[in-house]
Design a binder for this molecule. Structure first.
Ligand code: 6PG
Length: 250
């Protein structure tokens, strides 16, 4: 499938476009199924998008009582740690909108990673009505939108090159050791991510130009990098990138 790539002039325009897309998908999901399940990405790129979502006018356009928030991955740190993906989302978005606390399903980074992964998988399976087996594609059985970033090595979520998690087909959530600090992490596995109704990659900055060119290169490549294999397996995959990141595409 040819990926849909939108090149925005800069990081601000990217954040605007991403926030608008999330608002539109929330309206569509809530209109069709009564709720919107959004998987947040970590890292720094999405922060500006979350800031926009958490402030008027966009924050008033989202029926937060119908939104469930989950995460693509988390670092094994406490929820108030500066490296926590949850902490970043709380500051930028969740503390500023009326989303019910019971609908914020964080990965418990303060726990032993294997335990945190097992607890998060159980919560996700309950939320999506799939107590066992692979993700189903039925209404309300998948995450409506998964936001993903792109690392310079081609990782996405906490799926890093060479990780055994890339081949995981049974578990939905696994603990991993990353090659970058914080090294201990918990991540969704490819089957859960690629089952999502839509995957939206947000990529910003000149440092990502090389890897983005590799990931979007239509020619078959070896070795495969995680973001490329995830993008190729996804149902509906969109890329929102800024001009600096797109330098190798033009
Ligand atoms: C994380 C993210 C990770 C991130 C990329 C890009 O927990 O760090 O899940 O996959 O999206 O590393 O990070 P930046 O947006 O900071 O470049």
């Amino acid at each position: 499938m040819t990926p849909e790539v939108t090149v925005c002039p800069g990081a601000d325009a990217l954040a605007d476009a991403a926030a608008e897309r999330i608002v539109a998908l929330a309206a569509a999901a809530i209109g069709a199924r009564g709720r919107f399940v959004l998987a947040l990405s970590g890292g720094s790129t999405p922060r500006e998008t979350y800031q926009r979502l958490g402030a008027p006018p966009l924050s008033a356009r989202v029926p937060w009582a119908r939104v469930h928030v989950v995460w693509g991955d988390e670092r094994s740190v406490p929820p108030d740690d500066a490296a926590s993906n949850y902490a970043m989302a709380r500051r930028a978005l969740l503390d500023r909108v009326p989303i019910p606390a019971t609908q914020v399903h964080r990965i418990e980074g303060e726990l032993d990673p294997a335990l945190a992964a097992a607890r998060y998988e159980a919560a996700l399976r309950q939320l999506l009505g799939t107590p066992q087996g692979p993700p189903r594609r039925g209404p309300g059985a998948v995450i409506d939108l998964v936001l993903l970033g792109l690392g310079e090595d081609g990782h996405t979520a906490s799926l890093f090159p060479g990780s055994a998690a890339l081949g995981e087909t049974g578990r939905w959530v696994v603990p991993v050791q990353a090659p970058v600090v914080p090294t201990s992490r918990v991540t969704l596995t490819p089957p859960v991510i690629t089952a999502a109704d839509e995957i939206l990659f947000l990529v910003s900055g000149a440092t990502k130009a090389g890897i983005l060119g590799r990931v979007l290169d239509p020619a078959p490549r070896a070795p495969e990098v995680p973001a490329r294999s995830v993008a190729r397996a996804g149902n509906r995959v969109r890329w929102l990138v800024d001009a600096a990141a797109a330098a190798a595409l033009i």
